[in-house]
Every structure is written in structure tokens, then in C-alpha cells.
Design a protein around this ligand. Structure first.
Ligand code: HEM
Length: 520
């Protein structure tokens, strides 16, 4: 009885201490952040309102509404500022910025940093150097056959589901695109055959450290991590404690359990690929490029670092591109005039019987690229404000001094809706990206972020997006199952969409005859 009383009192005393400290810091205001309007009444003393907003599912949309109601800078937490002015892009993320990734990346990191969450600039440069040869465009184009192989597997599945073979099937296009990007990155990255496209599901093996294994659903595990961290990850000071506490809530407990499945998937993929490497098998993949420099000297990476890099590649390298590919199809279905214009452009360069669009033929098609970029603009797959810390001596953002170690960010969803740069921002207008006027939009297009921490995988992504979209539009007619359909959108670490139910019909009658390329 006394023990229980003591426990409850200790919790209340702890909470009292935390709230008192927050309030004291707020009024002391050492950084002068009280001059900025609060996102929520309590944002000046706590990150909790922002976490609750994230939990609701679309924080960037709310920020956009606030910024466009005349608030260029908003205080989203005691130490966090959100910008709505596109000048902030250069100051926060540009090549010459002194800002670094902030504490959020540290608290959510695993035992070893990977390229995307390492904060220290020198350590990041070392990693980026090691990995840049792996991600270089030259290598990528040599790996085009791997993308072609997955495209034919996707087509084999879509052929079976065509509505014009005597049945009327509605296909949810979204999971298929995710199976595509997962199969593709596993092959490009680690020569691993996940086989999701062939099996039509993402059931896969997870490994435990004791060597035992269990089955998991790949996307469910990966998304669980992203969903939980898009809320808990904003609790900078008490992250570990909150993770523990959140396990008392059934929903979060479930998410963290699934996250163990994700760790097990990465462990399995890394272990299997490492075995092949240690057995002397020479494979043409990202992993091989990561293990040596260009003179063949071993990079001597620890197992934890190798696993961390495999993890970010299998995460960042799949979800974002699948979202992008689903979104562009959504926009084209909603804009048949754009769909027709794009198809004409593609048909002009592909032979009638060509099944897989060769990258060489489609990579410079201006309207194709414009359609992709316009979709990435309206719904950037990584839409939320990527958090950066100002350097200890402080920094100027949008012409105003911001004291050191303050978290600053601008959401791509917000930046891409600046009507001065992108007139009529909610309208899907690929034409805005064409010609000289299109080139001028480059500095304001941050779907892949910008500067030294910009996306290293964007070329892989464009390769996949371009080949798949061109091949699919050349072969099929698509139609929304319900013309009024609107997907639900959930912003975790990426901006997911719920589904894309469509009918698919063959434009050409020949059944696919190309065989998938031989897999390692
Ligand atoms: C449409 C597709 C993609 C989008 C929208 C996208 C977006 C982004 C963004 C916004 C960042 C910055 C993240 C941050 O600051 O925290 C980033 C970084 C990164 N992306 Fe991508 N990405 C895409 C595809 C890919 C692919 C295909 C790969 C790998 C194969 C990849 C690997 C990475 C890595 C490793 C980083 C960290 C780079 C660094 O910090 O040096 N991404 N990406």
C-alpha cells in the first residue's frame, strides 16, 4: 500500500518538476523565442502539442494553414521553429549552411549511425564518400537491368489482373508499386531476391540475434517504426523513457513489437549478404561498392555500421519511391489530358511492341519528368519539416538571427505551396516545369531536400519512376475504380496514401513473352 502511494507520489512529483521547469524556462526565455507566435498555446513550454498534432496524422497541412494565415515563422516547441518562407531553404539546408541535423536524429538512431542520421559533419563526409561510388549514376545505369527485371515481373502480375480478359478486377495499384521498389532496391543494393512481386505479398524472414527466425510483413514492420517515431521522436529529452511508457498503450506496444520485426528483417538481409561477401562471391551491387574504395582497399566497416546502411537503404530506398509512383498515377488518372499528352510523348519514342521502356529512350522526355516532379511537388513523399540545429554561435535564417542549438525546419509540403513560386499551388500543372521557367523552380523544389544532406538516392528513384511509368502507360490504360476516389493521407516520417484502386486494360494484345532476367 505504502509502496503504491510512494510510486504515485513519485510520478506526480516528477510531472510537477517537469512542468515547473518548462514554465520557468519559458519565462526566462534565454533565446528570445517568445517573439514568435506559438503553434499552440502550450508550444512555448512543451513539444507535446506538436507530438499530438503528428499523432493526428498530417502535421504539415496544419503548419501550411498557419503559415499561410500570415505567420512566416511559428514556434512549434520550446526550442523549435517552423518556417513558411522559401528563403529559409537555403539558410537551413543549402550547401553553405552551418546548420546540422538536430538531436531528433540522435535519439531515434540505432547502435550505429547510418548515412541519413549521422549528425557530425566530418563523419557524414566520410560515410558519404564511402557510399557515393555505390550510388553514382554510372553504376546505376549499369544496374538498369535489375530495374527492367522487376518491371517485367510487375507487368506479369498486372497482365493477370487486366479487366479485359473476361473479368472485371479492381487492382489496388499501391502495394504492387511498393513490392516493386522493395524487390528493386534489394537487388540493386544487396543482390537479394525478396520475391514480393512474384509472391504478391511482402511476407519475409526476420532473424533474431540467437539465430532463430520468424516471419514478418515487411511494410507493416517498416511503417510501424516510422509511425511511432513520427510522434515519439519529437520528445528530445525523454525519448527513451517515453518509448518505455508508450508500451503501456496497446497501439504503441503493437507498433514497437512490429519494429522488432523490422530489426529482424535488416539483420537477416545483412547477415545473408555478408556471408556471400565473406565466401568471396563477387556481386555487382551497392554492398560490394560499399565494402571497398575504388582501388579495392577494404573500408573495414563494423557489422553494426553495415547493418545500419542496409537498413536505411531498404527503408529510404523503397517507401518514398513507391509513394511517388503511386501519387503520379493518381494525378494522371485525375487529369486525363495530362495522361494523354504523356502517353503520346512516350509512344513517340518506344516501338509498339516494346514492353520495358529502355532508360536511354525515356530519361530525357521533358513532359514525363515534368509529370513526376509536379507530383513530387504537391505531395512530396518526405513532406514534414526536416529538423536542423543552428550552430552553437547561432545563424541567420530568413534575414533574422536565430540563437545557437535551436531547431529550425521548413516542410517541403509548405515550401511547395508558396504561390509566388508555384502559382495556383494545389493544381496539378506539369507544364510549370517545362523550359527555362521550369529550371528556375529548382532551388524551391525540396522533395529530395537540398545541400550536403540532400537525397543520395534520387537518381535511383528517377530511374525506377521513369522506367515503370513509361512502361505501364505504353502497355495499359488505367481507370480509377471510382472517379471520385480520394485516398486518405497519413504523414508519418513519409506522407503515405491509403490505396489506389484502379481498373487496368491492355492497350496491346500481345501477352508478355520476355522472361525475367536471371537473379543472383
Ligand atoms: C522519391 C523518392 C525519394 C525521396 C522523395 C527522397 C527524399 C529524401 C529526403 C527528403 C532526404 C533528406 C532526409 C533528411 O534530411 O532527414 C533524403 C535523404 C536520403 N535518401 Fe532519399 N528519397 C528518395 C529516394 C531514395 C532512394 C531510392 C534511396 C536509396 C536507394 C534514398 C536514400 C537516401 C539516403 C541514404 C539519404 C541520406 C543522405 C545523407 O544524409 O547524406 N532515397 N531522401
Amino acid at each position: 500500500m505504502y509502496g503504491l502511494l510512494f510510486g504515485v507520489s513519485a510520478i506526480f512529483a516528477g510531472l510537477f518538476f517537469i512542468v515547473t521547469k518548462w514554465t520557468f524556462d519559458y519565462f526566462k526565455d534565454p533565446k528570445g523565442l517568445r517573439r514568435y507566435p506559438n503553434m499552440h498555446l502550450l508550444s512555448g513550454i512543451s513539444n507535446v502539442p506538436y507530438m499530438l498534432l503528428s499523432e493526428k496524422g498530417f502535421r504539415s497541412k496544419k503548419l501550411f494553414e498557419l503559415h499561410s494565415s500570415g505567420m512566416p515563422v511559428i514556434r512549434t516547441g520550446p526550442n523549435s521553429l517552423s518556417y513558411g518562407d522559401t528563403r529559409a531553404i537555403k539558410d537551413i539546408y543549402g550547401h553553405n549552411t552551418k546548420c546540422t541535423k538536430d538531436e531528433q536524429y540522435v535519439v531515434t538512431a540505432g547502435t550505429h549511425y547510418h548515412l541519413a542520421d549521422v549528425v557530425d559533419k566530418k563523419e557524414h563526409q566520410r560515410k558519404r564518400k564511402v557510399l557515393s561510388s555505390a550510388y553514382a549514376l554510372k553504376n546505376l545505369e549499369e544496374w538498369e537491368f535489375k530495374v527492367a527485371d522487376k518491371t517485367i515481373r510487375l507487368i506479369n502480375q498486372m497482365d493477370k489482373r487486366c479487366s479485359d480478359y473476361g473479368h472485371d478486377e479492381i487492382v489496388d495499384y499501391k502495394p504492387w508499386l511498393n513490392y516493386f521498389t522493395l524487390d528493386a532496391i534489394a537487388d540493386i543494393g544487396i543482390s537479394h531476391r525478396l520475391g514480393f512481386l512474384d509472391q504478391g505479398s511482402d511476407r519475409t524472414k526476420s532473424l533474431r540475434w540467437d539465430g532463430s527466425s520468424f516471419e514478418s510483413n515487411y511494410r507493416e514492420c517498416l511503417y510501424a517504426n516510422s509511425q511511432a517515431n513520427s510522434v515519439i521522436g519529437y520528445c528530445y529529452d525523454y525519448y527513451k523513457q517515453l518509448v518505455k511508457l508508450s508500451k503501456w498503450l496497446p497501439h504503441y506496444n503493437h507498433l514497437w513489437k512490429l519494429n522488432e520485426g523490422w530489426d529482424g528483417i535488416v539483420l537477416n538481409l545483412t547477415t545473408e549478404r555478408l556471408k556471400r561477401y565473406q565466401a568471396g562471391e563477387k556481386l555487382d551491387d551497392f554492398f560490394e561498392a560499399m565494402m571497398h574504395d575504388k582501388n579495392g582497399v577494404a573500408n573495414n566497416l563494423e557489422f553494426g555500421e553495415i547493418a545500419a546502411e542496409v537498413s536505411i537503404m531498404m527503408n529510404a530506398g523503397s517507401t518514398t519511391t513507391a509513394i511517388a509512383m503511386t501519387n503520379v498515377m493518381y494525378w494522371l488518372l485525375k487529369h486525363p489530358d495530362c495522361m494523354q499528352k504523356l502517353r503520346d510523348e512516350i509512344d513517340d519514342v518506344l516501338d509498339e511492341e516494346e514492353v520495358i521502356a529502355p532508360y536511354e529512350k525515356v530519361k530525357y522526355l521533358p513532359y514525363l519528368r515534368a509529370c513526376l516532379d509536379e507530383s513530387l511537388r504537391i505531395f512530396p513523399p518526405t513532406s514534414h519539416g526536416l529538423t536542423r540545429a543552428t550552430p552553437p554561435e547561432g545563424s541567420v535564417v530568413c534575414g533574422e538571427f536565430v540563437p545557437g542549438d535551436t531547431t529550425v525546419s521548413i516542410s517541403a509540403f509548405v515550401a511547395h505551396r508558396d504561390p509566388k513560386i508555384f502559382p495556383d499551388p494545389e493544381k496539378y500543372t506539369p507544364e510549370r516545369w517545362l523550359g527555362e521557367a521550369g529550371k528556375e523552380l529548382g532551388p524551391y523544389f525540396v522533395a529530395f531536400s537540398a545541400g550536403a544532406r540532400g537525397c543520395i538516392g534520387r537518381n535511383i528513384s528517377y530511374l525506377e519512376q521513369t522506367v515503370v511509368l513509361a512502361s505501364m502507360l505504353h502497355r495499359y490504360d488505367f481507370e480509377l475504380a471510382d472517379p471520385a476516389f480520394e485516398p486518405e493521407r497519413h504523414e508519418w516520417n513519409n506522407l503515405h496514401l491509403s490505396e489506389l484502386p484502379a481498373r487496368i486494360r491492355r492497350r496491346m494484345r500481345d501477352v508478355v513473352s520476355e522472361k525475367p532476367a536471371v537473379m543472383a
